[in-house]
Design a protein around this ligand. Structure first.
Ligand code: ADP
Length: 440
């Protein structure tokens, strides 16, 4: 089903008209209400009345994550605190968390975009829905929760982690739709098999997965292991949370951006120049309807491309590609840009490996070195024996060589490969996963 037929199948001209009006409004709104933007616009000589729509968007200043930190906690809010009904904060690995706020209308809009996402993923009102995104300050849990209730799903707010409980609910409540991170979907798939439960016997058929980068190869693996559809959902707290964009189960080919609320641009992360559709660059959003904390040209740090072709599912909303990496945690190895997702995609075709791995980046004699530590499967260990990984066994050496050659072909740089045993690579405990150890 399509949740909001009118918006999601709008012609390009109608969407442009809608966006033009909203961009003009939001430029005035932030100028009048947020001192940070008043100052920025004044410094750049921008009169908000001159901002008439999409064509003028590039004249506006960018907003960066550091601007949120500098205005911590509530400095970018555009409404008095009496109008704020919810505050979230992102985990923020360094320093203070990034704080975001919502008015009642913002919460309604968020529920709307998440309901659209559920419909895209193949869910229908009345389906049993297990929400294994974390509840709390993280936007994942509550964002999906309100969308699910809006759609009329039977919502189970189980939150992240606690795999034993997740498995019990999957069986006893006959869950049909489940949301979690893609890495956790794999953890769950393995746990089900280890517990002697065949995922094919469970009614769960739609996984809606996001909050971290993943690959098409990983999708194939998740779908095969769980006997279900897996669609990609994207979002970030600064823009709203989950539901900024989502794939349709019919196409599984790019995530439809809810562009009536979040107007996207792709820019060259170095120069800030706006790039054409199809070109890979940094994704930037202007929130055109948000009240509590609207952001102008917010630099997400996520690298992807846009595609405005209508989709086979009937939706006309612009699609973004998978996130290919982050502009800021892209690894630069001896001058070559390397994305963990590239390494992951290259290795997923190798049958002796599990989908789990760790990356260690070091510097020796001023030279960057990257060590890839993929985890071998249990079947491989059974074949070569426990000690083989450290003992220089020929099967191990030849597998290492094979992986090194595959990576060289895909990354164009040499890597060192050290195989590790089943269970040794980081796993998702329910939330996001960090596989990279940069020791430089
Ligand atoms: P936190 O900062 O607490 O981790 P956020 O919601 O702000 O939480 O994280 C948003 C970021 O997560 C995005 O900018 C993006 O890098 C990543 N992300 C979210 N969904 C996806 C997805 N489907 N694919 C790839 N990356 C994603």
């Amino acid at each position: 089903m399509i949740w909001n037929e009118k918006i999601e199948t709008m012609s390009r001209d109608e969407m442009t008209d809608l966006q033009n009006g909203r961009i003009a409004n939001i430029a005035k709104y932030v100028y009048e209400r947020v001192p940070f933007y008043t100052k920025k616009f004044d410094e750049m000589g921008i009169n908000p009345d001159d901002i008439k729509g999409l064509e003028d968007l590039h004249k506006l200043p960018f907003t960066k994550k550091t601007d949120l930190r500098d205005n911590y906690p509530f400095g970018l809010f555009a409404v008095p605190m009496e109008e704020v009904v919810r505050v979230h904060a992102s985990s923020g690995t360094t320093g203070k968390p990034t704080v975001v706020g919502y008015t009642r209308d913002d919460i309604d809009m968020w529920a709307e975009v998440c309901a659209r996402s559920f419909a895209m993923s193949g869910a229908n009102p009345g389906d049993m829905f297990q929400n294994a995104y974390g509840y709390g300050l993280f936007t994942g849990g509550l964002g999906m929760h309100y969308g699910a209730e809006k759609m009329g799903l039977n919502t189970i707010p189980v939150s992240g982690g606690n795999t034993a409980r997740q498995m019990t609910l999957l069986q006893d409540f006959q869950t049909k739709v489940m949301a979690c991170t893609p890495s956790y979907a794999l953890t769950l798939a393995d746990a089900l098999v280890n517990a002697g439960i065949n995922p094919e016997d469970l009614p769960v058929r739609n996984f809606i997965l996001g909050a971290e980068p993943w690959t098409d190869e990983m999708r194939e693996e998740i779908e095969a292991k769980l006997h279900a559809n897996a669609v990609n959902i994207y979002g970030l707290s600064e823009i709203i949370g989950p539901g900024v964009s989502c794939e349709s189960v019919e196409a599984k080919d790019g995530m439809h951006i809810m562009e009536d609320h979040f107007v996207p641009e792709i820019i060259n992360p170095e120069t800030g120049e706006v790039l054409a559709d199809g070109e890979v660059g940094e994704l930037v959003f202007t929130t055109v309807t948000k009240q509590a904390m609207p952001l102008i040209r917010y630099r997400t740090g996520d690298l992807c491309s846009l595609n405005r072709e209508p989709s086979v599912c009937g939706r006309t909303l612009v699609r973004m590609s998978r996130v290919l990496g982050r502009a800021d945690d892209m690894l630069i190895i001896r001058g070559v840009n390397v994305f963990p997702s590239q390494i992951e995609a290259a290795m997923l075709g190798i049958e002796e490996l599990s989908p789990h791995y760790r990356l260690i980046v070091t510097q020796q004699d001023r030279l960057d070195r990257i060590e890839v530590q993929p985890e071998v499967t249990k079947a491989f260990i059974e074949r070569v024996g426990e000690e083989a990984l450290t003992g220089g066994h020929t099967a191990v050496t030849s597998l290492q060589k094979k992986i090194e050659a595959t990576l060289k072909e895909s990354l164009l740089i040499s890597t060192k490969v050290t195989l590790i045993g089943p269970g040794e690579a980081p796993r998702s405990e329910g939330g996001k996963i960090n596989r990279v150890e940069d020791r430089r």
